[in-house]
Design a protein. Structure first.
Length: 292
């Protein structure tokens, strides 16, 4: 009897896998045919239309946006140091460019007047957590606390209700994104990393960004206000990007805030929008850390 069961076990497993695969395929086809109504019916109580991948496989942050406009968002992360912020702001003003700055609570507490100055010059301030922790290791309530503390600081300081959040190290999981979404935030990554945090030098930053295979309509560029060579590379980099025909906008002006979907690469899009082809983006796997 045992021998017979052992012989038939592979057949049972194969049959079970076939059934599961058939059910999944049916669900995917149904979701596509109904325009996503199947998936939407499961999510119509969510804060956002979706910050998930197309088939709800896992939560994804926004890496870039599918758009027919030649617009790009320039972003700076700030957690340590403030020596170069004024210089960066001068360059941005000279080039008539607006940007989005993601700051930690510690940075905001230490440099409150600079936060006010950044906003007064027309730039955007985003949330970068209170303590710059690896948030995928935290519970949902701990994630919310990391975000809420910074939100309240900026609101008290400036009256601003921030709406964009970037997790430290680019580290996220489903819990991090759900926590941010439930607080009214869009989670923002990037599809063009300047690698300024690696201190390779001014020309390396310029070349990395302006020749990046992902640079295009709807791109989000990552830089840091405290990296060694960022101030030296910024102006030439901006000029080169402008020469390619792009305009710079704040992240909140670039992204869709309602009636959007996300593909499996973390690219936001709306149904029926025809756009130029974009290079594939490889989302950072959940739990993957950058050094900076």
């Amino acid at each position: 009897m045992k021998s017979k069961l052992k012989d038939n076990l592979p057949k049972f497993i194969k049959t079970g896998l076939t059934v599961v695969a058939t059910l999944l395929l049916t669900a995917i086809i149904t979701d596509q045919v109904t325009g996503g109504s199947v998936g939407n019916s499961l999510n119509n109580s969510a804060v956002f239309t979706s910050a998930t991948s197309l088939f709800r496989e896992k939560e994804l942050p926004i890496y870039c946006v599918k758009t027919d406009k030649k617009q790009i968002a320039l972003t700076f992360d700030g957690a340590w140091g403030n020596e170069d912020t004024a210089t960066l702001l001068d360059i941005l003003e000279r080039q008539n460019v607006t940007a989005t700055f993601f700051f930690t609570g510690g940075w905001i507490s230490k440099y409150p007047e600079d936060v006010k100055t950044i906003l007064s010059k027309g730039h955007e301030v985003g949330n970068h957590s209170e303590n710059h922790k690896q948030m995928s290791k935290l519970s949902k309530e701990q994630c919310k606390e990391e975000i809420k503390i910074v939100h309240d600081k900026v609101k008290e300081l400036t009256g601003l209700e921030m709406t964009v959040f970037r997790p430290p190290f680019g580290d996220y999981d489903d819990t991090v994104i759900q926590a941010a979404n439930e607080l009214g935030y869009h989670v923002i990554q990037w599809d063009v990393d300047s690698l300024d945090w690696k201190d390779y030098g001014c020309e390396s930053i310029i070349h990395t960004v302006t020749n990046h295979k992902h640079l295009g309509n709807g791109s989000i560029i990552l830089m840091h206000n405290g990296a060694k060579y960022t101030k030296d590379a910024l102006e030439k980099m901006i000029v080169c990007i402008k020469e390619q025909g792009y305009d710079f906008v704040k992240v909140s002006e670039l992204i869709y805030t309602e009636n959007y979907r996300m593909d499996h690469e973390g690219r936001q899009y709306v149904e029926g929008l025809t756009c130029p082809p974009q290079a594939n983006v490889t989302p950072t796997p959940a739990g993957t850390l950058r050094e900076y």
